[in-house]
Write a protein that binds this ligand. Structure first.
Ligand code: EPZ
Length: 417
């Protein structure tokens, strides 16, 4: 069951419920290692990556009850500081266990994390941040051994490169370090704000999250608490693209429009009619052919790299020529050859692609390579002429809850085979 069978020529219309944010839920799950008190989390998305994170926490000794709505976590019995290799390797997010385990036990041993093959995915900035706070880091073969002889001390840390992951690693370590830590050139993604809000709920003192300078005053311990995960802005953007490419009209509910300002700006440039409310966004393509738009991915609040493949698909069937520049990851165009198989006119240059819009894509047998490109190929199948088969669909299950089911409710016809 690792293939999808997708009938094409569909117009996608209707309401879709957006799930909780994968990239907020994953770090927040690992931050629970910082406390011994009980935690309740809601709006946790049902994703493969989340299941791996829960397995990792249980492997450390955490007690977790996963009801349909609330995740109950009791981290008090966590007594292992070296999580299992086979689980660590499955997700990039496992790097966020390093700092909490180090703080909790004074030592940690974790293998290099896994994740989508969209680039080298180094962790040097995570390690430099922990060293700046006073940790000792030894890298051996493919794992890291971290240790601290005395409590970490707050520092001024300027990130040489904007990194979501490293910002979260340093912020989490600083919550229980002595004194003030300032993270300069910090990532500003909404997921960072959500992690900071969660840590503050537990008793941390973090201000400035969401700006490029975050201030963390260390505390002695963290307590328990409840937190609702923010909506997934990339899932939202993906469904808005579904409406635009199929000339349909989709309303995304339970989402946060202010997290998608740049995406909505670009979508309105295509000629889409967009309306927003407190927790919903409506995109109506009004049967029009979209106009192609130029994209250059940058850290938030710029255009998100996680929406790059979806916009390449949109540009492939839009009017005109466009350029998409990928500035964040070195290898995020693997899906382009699959779109070219379907008849897309795309040229790959170094870190950019040139798209020339075509009238129609044609169904083919496609092979996904990573999470966002997998979702993009599924959407391509929904509008192509004929029946498309998409392989390696385990990729999309990492980041899109019930994606085929949500699309079928909007008029798609997708079956597992
Ligand atoms: C997070 O990845 C997200 N993943 C990614 O989403 C997202 O694309 C990315 O942030 C950028 O927004 C999760 O939250 C689980 P980074 P992360 O550290 O933290 C370089 C998805 O599809 N870098 O912001 O790994 C790095 O190579 C995924 O949901 C270093 O050089 O990204 C990249 O070029 C894909 N050294 C840039 O910084 C480091 O120590 C940004 O990476 C860390 C990163």
């Amino acid at each position: 069951m690792n293939k999808l069978y997708i009938e094409g020529n569909k117009k996608l219309n209707g309401n879709v419920l957006i799930s909780g944010s994968k990239n907020a839920a994953l770090p927040i799950l690992f931050m629970t290692i910082l406390t011994k008190e009980k935690i309740e989390l809601s709006n946790i998305p049902k994703l493969t990556d989340i299941r791996v994170a829960i397995k990792l926490l249980r492997s450390l000794g955490a007690k977790i009850v996963n009801t349909n709505k609330i995740l109950y976590i009791d981290p008090s019995a966590i007594n292992i500081y070296c999580p299992p290799y086979n689980l660590i390797k499955e997700i990039r997010a496992s790097i966020w266990m390093l700092s909490p385990l180090l703080i909790r036990f004074g030592k940690a041993k974790i293998f290099f994390p896994g994740g989508c093959k969209i680039g080298l995915r180094p962790i040097d900035l995570h390690l430099k941040g922990l060293i700046a706070l006073g940790a000792k880091i030894v890298q051996k073969d493919n794992y890291i051994i971290a240790s601290i002889l005395k409590p970490l001390k707050g520092k001024y840390i300027h990130l040489e490169k904007i990194s979501v992951g490293a910002t979260i690693t340093i912020m989490s370590a600083a919550t229980l370090a002595e004194g003030l830590t300032i993270i300069a050139n910090a990532a500003q993604e909404p997921e960072i704000i959500d992690v900071a809000k969660f840590l503050n709920t537990l008793g941390a003192h973090i201000t400035g999250a969401g700006s490029n300078k975050i201030y963390i005053t260390g505390v002695l311990k963290l307590n328990g608490g409840y937190h609702k995960i923010i909506p997934d802005r990339i899932e939202t953007g993906t469904f808005l693209i579904a409406a635009a490419i199929s000339k349909g009209c989709i309303i995304c509910n339970d989402t946060e429009p202010k997290h998608l300002e740049n995406i909505l700006q670009k979508l309105s440039e295509t000629g889409a009619h967009i309306q927003t409310g407190k927790d919903w966004i409506k995109l109506n393509m009004q049967e029009k052919i979209p106009k192609a738009v130029n994209i250059s991915t940058t850290p938030y609040p710029g255009f998100p790299t996680d929406m790059q493949p979806q916009f390449a698909l949109l540009n492939s069937i839009s009017k005109g020529e466009s350029i998409i520049i990928e500035n964040i990851f070195e290898n995020r165009f693997a899906y382009v050859k699959e779109l070219i198989k379907m008849g897309a006119k795309i040229k790959i240059k170094n870190n950019y692609i040139i798209c020339k819009g075509v009238q129609k894509l044609f169904s083919k047998t496609l092979f996904s390579t990573d999470l966002r490109s997998s979702a993009t190929l599924i959407l391509a199948g929904c509008i192509a002429k004929g029946i498309t088969v998409v392989n390696n669909i385990h990729h999309f299950k990492r980041g899109y809850e019930s994606f085929p089911k949500k699309l079928n409710k909007l008029g798609a016809n997708i079956k597992y085979i």
